[in-house]
Design a protein around this ligand. Structure first.
Ligand SMILES: [Zn+2]
Length: 71
């Protein structure tokens, strides 16, 4: 059925093309080649690691972690 196929495609990781990931996250960045892509957890972490610290600080969870570390 075409509807099912569409749904599967929508939940495919843009980097490794897995359709089995339980979570896909929208990756936002100004500098990454994976910017504005849906990525699975593994690819998301990889893309995140390759960003500059300045880019990373735009993410709330990273900024919070750095703040805690410095306090
Ligand atoms: Zn992936």
């Amino acid at each position: 059925m075409s509807l099912t196929k569409k749904k599967l495609l929508a939940f495919m990781c843009a980097k490794c093309f897995t359709t089995k990931a339980d979570t896909l996250a929208w990756f936002q960045s100004d500098s990454s080649m994976w910017a504005n892509s849906l990525l699975c957890r593994i690819c998301f972490n990889e893309a995140f690691k390759n960003q500059s610290t300045e880019e990373k600080m735009k993410w709330g969870f990273y900024a919070d972690r750095q703040k805690k570390r410095n306090s």
